[in-house]
Design a protein around this ligand. Structure first.
Ligand code: FAD
Length: 310
């Protein structure tokens, strides 16, 4: 059995495992795919003190850093069920998809999230070649260019406002007959000179030429007419989905499915902590996830010294 069992091997899980192992306690990490979203990332320019790196390179560095410590790394293992300890200081159980079950006095959940995809032709093909999901990450790559933001909820409208200050022109595309973002954001967006808004617009294809995005097509849902926009970038902002379906009913989740944590990374279950994109922490970023993972591990250690019988 483990003192600390980390579920998820992205930036949050890696940081949590390193911080836990440095306390000299039995630490394990089970991850469906070590590296998480970072494995799918091209250039990374906002990991402080590392001016530029690439996803696979950062994953290798995280793996190497975790490997410096006595951490039992169980890669390619998907957790399917959490059975909380009956009492504080007791063992929680994590059931894996392969039928095995792991026990730990404290658990750190860091299963991350995934961007909801449009599911139109060209989206997957031009991912990282003009199709982007994170304005904080990739906005500066489109300096002076034309981009579309798909989605008129808060995240889409925030992204469009953010990007309008960097890129040449932004077209916001909303499927419904109006945007769903807060009024104050919509007002701000409408005040910007280099932004167009298209509502009742269903994106039908991401177009490309020479291996990168060249535009998109959408159907006007009222007239039925098809339109084409010439662009260099498409930011898809139709939701970030936390990988927490398997936890439903076992601990408190927000209405968006995020694990509810407090400022110490504690969940609603004593001895179970959470960190990173899977949680209610605002702003989903690598550097934030790493900090949150470290914090959750220190909280877990604090829990262990208070609750476990030596
Ligand atoms: P994740 O990285 O999502 O890792 C989750 C881990 O949990 C993975 O190991 C996964 O396999 C595992 N897992 C999931 N479910 C289970 C389960 N049931 N059982 C076991 N394991 C499970 N951020 C930046 O700061 N800068 C950038 O430039 C940047 N660019 C990005 C580009 C792209 C294309 C994407 C998708 C994201 C980008 N981000 C960027 C965001 C950043 O990647 C995330 O904020 C960060 O990876 C979150 O870390 P995490 O550890 O919380 O989760």
């Amino acid at each position: 059995p483990f003192e600390v069992l980390v579920i998820g091997g992205g930036p949050a899980g890696s940081a949590a495992a390193i911080y836990a192992a440095r306390k000299g306690i039995a630490t394990g990490i089970a991850a469906e795919r070590f590296g998480g979203q970072v494995s799918d990332t091209m250039g990374i320019e906002n990991l402080i003190s590392v001016p530029y790196t690439e996803g696979p390179k950062l994953v290798a560095a995280m793996e190497q850093h975790v490997g410096e410590y006595e951490v039992d790394v169980m890669n390619l293992q998907r957790a399917e069920k959490l059975i909380p300890a009956a009492e504080a200081g007791g063992y929680h159980e994590i059931r894996l998809a392969n039928g095995a079950s792991l026990k730990a006095r404290s658990v750190i959940l860091s299963t991350g999230a995934r961007w909801r995809q449009l599911g139109v032709p060209g989206e997957a093909e031009y991912r990282n070649k003009g199709v982007a999901y994170c304005p904080h990450c990739d906005g500066p790559l489109f300096k002076g260019k034309r981009v579309a933001v798909i989605g008129g909820g808060n995240s889409g409208v925030e992204a469009a406002i953010d990007l309008a200050g960097i890129v040449g022109h932004v077209t916001l595309i909303e499927f419904g007959d109006q945007m769903r973002a807060d009024d104050v954001l919509q007002k701000k967006l409408r005040s910007l000179p280099n932004v167009d808004i298209r509502v009742s617009a269903q994106t039908t294809e991401v177009l490309g030429a020479d291996g990168k995005v060249s535009g998109l097509t959408y159907t006007d849902r009222i007239s039925g007419e098809s339109h084409q926009l010439d662009l260099e970038g498409v930011f898809v902002q139709i939701g970030l989905v936390p990988n927490t379906e398997w936890l439903k009913g076992d601990l408190e989740l927000s209405q968006h499915g995020e694990i509810i944590i407090n400022d110490r990374g504690e969940t609603s279950v004593p001895g179970v902590f959470a960190a990173g994109d899977a949680t209610t922490v605002p702003y989903k970023q690598i550097v934030i996830s790493m900090g949150e993972g470290a914090k959750a591990a220190l909280s877990a250690f604090d829990y262990l010294i208070r609750n476990s019988v030596p």
